[in-house]
Design a protein around this ligand. Sequence first.
Ligand SMILES: Nc1ncnc2c1ncn2[C@@H]1O[C@H](COP(=O)(O)OP(=O)(O)OP(=O)(O)O)[C@@H](O)[C@H]1O
Length: 491
Amino acid sequence: MIEVQQLSGGYPDTPVIQNFNVSLERGEFFAMLGPNGSGKTTLFHLLSGRLSKTSGEVLIAGTPLEKMRKLDKAKKMAVLSQEVQVSFDYTVEEVVRLGRYPHQNGFLKLLSAEDQRVIDEVLNLTRTEQFRNTRFRMISGGEKQRVLLAKALAQEPEILLLDEPTNHLDIKHTFELLDLLKTWQVERGVTVFAILHDLNVASLYADRVALLHEGRFQDVGSVDVLRDEEQLQHVYEVNVRTQPHPDVAKPQLLMVPKPEDAPLEPDDFRRQYSIEQTTGHVHVTFNAPVRAASSSVTGAGIDWLKHFCNFHVEKHYNSESPAEDVEMWMNELDIPPAQAAGMMTAVRTEDAVFVEDERHGIRLLAAVTAGVGNAVDITAQDTNVENFEVGTINMMLFLDAHLTDGALINGIASMTEAKTKALHDQGVKDGATQTTATGTSTDSVLLAATQRGEATPYAGSGTAVGRAIGEVVYEAVCEALKKYDEREGRA
Ligand SMILES: Nc1ncnc2c1ncn2[C@@H]1O[C@H](COP(=O)(O)OP(=O)(O)OP(=O)(O)O)[C@@H](O)[C@H]1O
């Protein structure tokens, strides 16, 4: 649909774009990204014909751009640029009507019923209908942007060239406009070429992205281009991290600011937290957020948290909304739920086991409660997970270490292996099958790290961290199981 061959152009003393090649398929959404001054607008103007090239070729559906008649070009291509060019005191509808100009016939260029239908449709789609009779100059920057898009859509073009189309728009209108563009692109096969500054928006909407750097394409490809942290750091000169969007299979970027705080003293891990233990709960509070991965009732997943709670519930506790209950109990204790992970157990919280130690060079704190009334062999076919009794193993482990997300997951696996070994060595059986239990039916696990020092990518048994995790979890679970037996009068 658009073929750019060996294109060069720019300004008299600044060539900017040199020997540029790119090919855009019909119906694709192509986003051009790049830092300030990288040449995006210059390339945009060369493609729209506003700037004359010095050499090379821009072909629109096979025809050289400069050979196209103005009206034919306007039928093929609509341009939404940063400069608002509305010279007269038009109403919004009159501005949008200008978009129909290439389609109007005859000397008088009268508005047909079809023209009016299209105008009404685009006013509706861009949610600018209510300003129809308002003077264009009287509406806000974001509203103007939507009206100018309506004008561009009214052209019913095959190609949309958009320079920062979401400029001035709030989040709601940004996403409404991009959803609208995506629908036009998909349903009508419109080719969209857009300059975007927001890399996360580009990742969500573009089929292909190009990273422009000093007048050249640094990279062109699928949105996976935005997974290359090193390249982004080189082009934008900022510390950037990329991560998957939680709901959509696209990367999203996070900027990393310069560290604010001075590094903590190496020996102060013990001073970083406090422990509260009552008959109702265990509450570990850290002075600063630690990075935690957990399967707890609230605060599950990976997050930065400061509060870690394990609440005691009655043996026959049964609730439709345990997460709401946990948050209510947190609120009663003035613990902000957004900064907390919460577990629950029918085991007495006075029997919680704490281990504060240094293992394999890593300072750590473990907090475990264990009950095995619901002990289950996860590999057994006939186990009875419905048979609820007191029994859950809740494990929290805090490390003075720096674990990547992968290492946190690896560490959770190490914790689970150590727990299962403890159950085996303590002779805990699945009540239904009498085979060795691998856990209970409602266990929770949490692993958190202060993120100080060098990042560790692994936390399996082949690493010092993994071995520290294995040792301390095994000991704490064995100790908690003994306390449970004593409490149940079995010891
Ligand atoms: N009218 C002009 N005359 C001379 N040089 C110009 C002109 N406009 C832009 N330039 C130069 O061309 C280079 C590329 O500018 P361009 O506007 O294409 O960058 P951009 O990627 O669109 O930047 P931004 O993100 O800031 O809009 C810059 O070095 C700029 O100073």
